[in-house]
Ligand binder design. Structure first.
Ligand code: NAP
Length: 463
């Protein structure tokens, strides 16, 4: 047989997941100096992962990454097999038989838990489900969020918490020309939420927002950003943290909190606008209380201890209660296992060394990983590019080991298997038809697109 990676024997790689890390892995393989064929498997009929169903609708610039993914998808070496769930429609072992290597780029689809009593009461939601709902993800289409409360609480101070708070803070006019799903816009139009509390377990110097995201709270049409100046006092270690040149982002965040503390006080009557978004620090929820649904949150004040950049929050023993019927836990995403692939349960990732999946410290032949399921849920879209490039470098360094002399036919052998299981898979050209229809549906409303939010609706465009 011809050498692996030659014209007559291309390296066949299956990529599981068509989010940013999947596309960047495909790009790195296609740009390499060997012959490759890349099959990208995607669970939904629509590609692009969190760029489609995670990035906030009012952040269209971030979605421009799709222009690059579209270009990658035009390469003759690229093939999308969408609407196929690996582990259900096709097994991991079958992919091992069809491809020389598999790169798992399936992201972090679940959430970390707070681990407190009442966490699962009605009215307590994860940020993940809310974000997926307003972005029209079919899995979350039927979710209902009780927006009839005046007070909403968000736990966590990262950019996902900022997205949730901003969507709750904005007026319908601010959202109606975005690609927000229609059902979400209709529900948000009826929202009674007026006071939004974004609560961090550590201090203002440790909030994980990025300055651009926090700055947007000073520019909202009908919502004031509120910070109580007494909450901005810093301990020695935090002063040192903010003095570090490399920590300029946190300094900018702190300056924004100071600006907001000078704008409005926390009393509703002093605010000009209909809504207020309060940023509060050094507090942790310890219990969600309610009979059949959330009625209030029991919160403990925290103290920080530890060296600069290693400070952690400890409960002070002082508590209060905040009345609310709706709470979002936004404390980080978490990967979910796939049958047949080793999983690190406490970290929620596929254990790996330089992108090579490992089990009991041994690398598992043919298995690689990139993106959030490789390194955990951190970083912006572009961070995934370097991560995928590194994984592909590991894979290409293993070329000799991947060449077992066995013939691999890639998608060619998967299609009859999928047909025999009545799985209606689609390719990138078919996705583009759905894409076009969404754009057409958006036009009369002045929206970039009106997303299909049911799988059947998407498939009916094709059939
Ligand atoms: P994140 O940035 O890691 O923030 C998680 C937040 O949850 C932190 O404030 C963290 O506090 C807090 N937290 C964790 N465990 C907690 C607990 N047990 N109790 C209370 N608070 C807890 O995660 P994320 O917001 O999910 O964002 C994930 C990644 O996506 C980030 O890199 C983010 O920048 C990126 N992202 C970017 C954008 C954008 O560019 N516009 C939008 C969305 C997301 P500690 O610091 O104390 O751990």
């Amino acid at each position: 047989m011809a050498q692996l990676g030659s014209e007559n024997n291309p390296l066949r790689v299956a990529i599981v997941g068509s989010g940013p890390s999947g596309f960047y892995a495909a790009e790195a393989l296609i740009k390499s100096d060997i012959n490759v064929k890349v099959d990208v498997l995607e669970r939904l009929p629509s590609p692009f992962g969190l760029v489609r169903s995670g990035v906030a609708p009012d952040h269209p610039k971030l979605k421009q990454a799709i222009l690059l993914y579209d270009k990658i998808a035009q390469s003759p070496e690229f093939n999308l097999i969408a609407n196929v769930t690996v582990g259900k429609d096709i097994s991991v072992d079958e992919l091992r038989g069809s491809h020389h290597a598999i790169i798992f780029t399936c992201g972090a689809e679940s959430d970390r838990k707070l681990g407190i009593p009442g966490e699962d009461l009605a009215g307590s939601y994860t940020a993940t489900e809310f974000v997926a709902w307003y972005n029209g993800h079919p899995d979350y289409r039927q979710r209902q969020f009780d927006l009839s409360n005046e007070v909403a609480v968000i736990i966590g101070q990262g950019n996902v918490a900022a997205d949730v708070a901003r969507i709750l803070s904005k007026t319908v006019d601010e959202l109606k020309h975005t690609d927000i799903a229609e059902h979400a816009l209709d529900a948000l139009a009826e929202s009674k939420i007026r006071e939004i509390y974004v609560i961090g377990r550590r201090g203002p110097a440790q909030a994980k927002f990025t300055p651009k995201e926090l700055r947007e709270f000073g520019e909202l049409e009908d919502c004031d950003a509120v910070v109580d100046s007494s909450e901005l006092e810093l301990n020695e270690a935090s002063i040192k943290e903010l003095g570090e040149k490399s920590n300029i982002g946190s300094k900018k965040i702190y300056d924004l909190f100071q600006k907001y503390s000078g704008l409005a006080t926390s009393g509703p009557s002093s605010s000009r606008k209909a809504r207020r978004c309060h940023f509060q620090f050094l507090r942790s929820p310890v219990e969600l209380v309610g009979d059949s649904k959330l009625e209030r949150v029991k919160i403990e004040y925290n103290q920080l201890s530890g060296d600069p950049f290693k400070q952690s929050a400890r409960g002070s023993g002082e508590f209060y209660e905040l009345e609310t019927g709706i709470l979002f836990r936004s404390i980080g995403y978490r990967g979910v296992p796939i049958e047949g692939v080793p999983f690190h349960d406490s970290w929620g990732v596929f254990p790996n060394e330089d992108g090579r999946i490992t089990e009991n410290d041994e690398t598992v032949p043919q298995f690689y990983t990139a993106g959030w399921i490789k390194r955990g849920p951190s970083g912006i879209i572009g961070t995934n590019r370097a991560c995928s490039v590194a994984t592909v470098a590991s894979l290409l360094a293993d070329l000799d080991a991947l060449d077992t002399g066995e013939e691999k036919t890639g998608a060619e052998i998967l299609y009859p298997l999928l047909d025999s299981r009545n799985v209606r898979y689609l390719n990138f050209q078919e996705w583009k038809k759905i894409d076009l229809k969404e754009v057409e549906r958006g036009e009369p409303k002045g929206k970039p697109r009106e997303k299909f939010t049911f799988v059947d609706e998407m498939m009916s465009v094709l059939d």
